[in-house]
Design a protein around this ligand. Sequence first.
Ligand SMILES: CC(C)(COP(=O)(O)OP(=O)(O)OC[C@H]1O[C@@H](n2cnc3c(N)ncnc32)[C@H](O)[C@@H]1OP(=O)(O)O)[C@@H](O)C(=O)NCCC(=O)NCCS
Length: 170
Amino acid sequence: MKNNKTCRESFVVKTSIVLPSDTNNYGTMFGGKLMAYIDDVAAISATRHARSHVVTASTDSVDFLHPIYEGHSVCLEAFVTYTGKTSMEVFVKVIAENMISGERNVCAMSFLTMVAIDEDTKPTPVPPIVPETEIEKMLFNSGKERAEMRMKHKQETKKMASQFGTDLPW
Ligand SMILES: CC(C)(COP(=O)(O)OP(=O)(O)OC[C@H]1O[C@@H](n2cnc3c(N)ncnc32)[C@H](O)[C@@H]1OP(=O)(O)O)[C@@H](O)C(=O)NCCC(=O)NCCS
């Protein structure tokens, strides 16, 4: 049995300036770039919790609530909120900041499920999470329901995937 870990132990913060190469024709950040950052911090957070290699099993929907402009900073915070046997739910919050005016907006949030894997790439047990703060407890208490919904969604996705072939489209 692995020792319990607190959410704080898996806390990750990443801050970057949005550069021209990160943006589209309108000078706002590419959604795909932000999603790569989200996956990145979630993987680091889950690895800190499990102290083993991890893979992304799923990402819940990401709503882009505000555009993130070139020259602004983007700060991602991540921590493990809920654990199953081998899976970890990681919450990621994205805050953009106008570095001149100081205006800050929560631009996106997401939950990702990361699975710890062993040397044979098989799922392997992770330590249980222990929430401490009010917000951590709120996220922990609702975690089981989200995990169940994801597995239901996965079954539906697998069913739909089975209806598509792998033939080349030409
Ligand atoms: C994720 C993966 C390891 C799960 O393996 P599996 O053989 O389906 O294993 P299991 O069914 O035993 O599931 C293992 C755990 O993952 C969870 N899980 C599996 N698929 C999931 C999904 N789509 N969403 C959320 N959780 C999922 C299960 O609930 C289980 O959690 P628990 O042990 O805490 O109860 C496997 O599907 C995989 O390797 N997928 C590809 C991952 C990858 O390449 N990611 C990068 C994408 S580019």
